[in-house]
Design a binder for this molecule. Structure first.
Ligand code: ATP
Ligand code: MG
Length: 219
């Protein structure tokens, strides 16, 4: 179970976002909806430990991961979280298979990797360099890279943003299948895909923008 409590993140300009307490059960899938700029990506960054909250905490199965030292937090993310970033963060000069191999667990063999790529419709691109791929192809490489390490927690930031509806449905099905007994939290703007998740959460009602001191002075 993932819990957020009294979560507040502050940006360098003094502004920040406060989040209502949230709870995500193990074995369930969640669609996060909400306006652009409301704080969805920031929320995933807090859960994954990419960002450190100024106040409050993120706990995973009772452990306050947001309070761990940087190294332990990085290990938590590497071992347990499959994070599909909104901007992919792939290694552009490397091939698809090399991007995946960097995160592949020892127990995951090439046949399993190929099956995952095939399911996502990108097996034929395996030996291509990422910087030669289209946006939708890169998006699916980012998904494969997140899933190859069989993470207990999958965080997906608009995983279907660059895909047509039919491919988007396949991708969401693949995410749900791979989430299995774990937890899947996906940001989506697509009202047609949101019903595929167990629960839908409106982040407009969860995140509150707090202006910084500097912003107030200039206002
Ligand atoms: N490092 C930063 N410094 C200042 N403001 C920031 C920073 N990072 C994010 N913000 C602001 O926080 C708000 C939330 O950003 P975030 O990226 O979480 O939005 P989002 O809900 O993911 O939007 P979108 O749907 O467009 O991806 C935005 O107003 C953004 O400008
Ligand atoms: Mg975002």
């Amino acid at each position: 179970m993932i819990k957020t409590e009294d979560l507040f993140v502050r940006f360098s300009d003094g502004s920040g976002i406060r989040y209502r307490d949230m709870c995500f059960d193990t074995g369930r899938s969640y669609a996060l909806l909400g306006a652009s700029g409301v704080g969805k990506s920031t929320f995933l960054n807090l859960i994954s430990g990419v960002l450190t909250p100024a106040e409050g905490r993120v706990t995973v199965d009772g452990e306050a991961v947001s309070a761990l030292p940087q190294k332990a937090r990085d290990l938590y993310r590497i071992r347990r979280v499959g994070y599909i970033f909104q901007d992919f963060k792939l290694l552009e000069d490397m091939t698809v298979q090399d991007n995946l191999n960097l995160l592949r667990l020892e127990g995951v063999d090439t046949a399993q990797m190929d099956a995952l790529l095939d399911r996502l419709g990108i097996l034929r691109l395996k030996k291509r360099r990422v910087n030669r791929l289209s946006g939708g192809e890169k998006q699916r490489v980012a998904i494969a890279r997140a899933l190859i390490k069989k993470p207990a927690i999958i965080l997906a930031d608009e995983p279907t943003g660059n895909l047509n509806y039919e491919t988007g449905v396949e991708v969401v099905k693949t995410l749900l299948l791979n989430a299995g007994e774990g937890t899947l939290i996906a940001v989506t703007h697509d009202d047609r895909l949101a019903p595929m998740f167990d629960e839908r959460m409106d982040m407009n009602a969860v995140a509150e923008w707090i202006p910084g001191g500097e912003a107030r002075q200039h206002a």
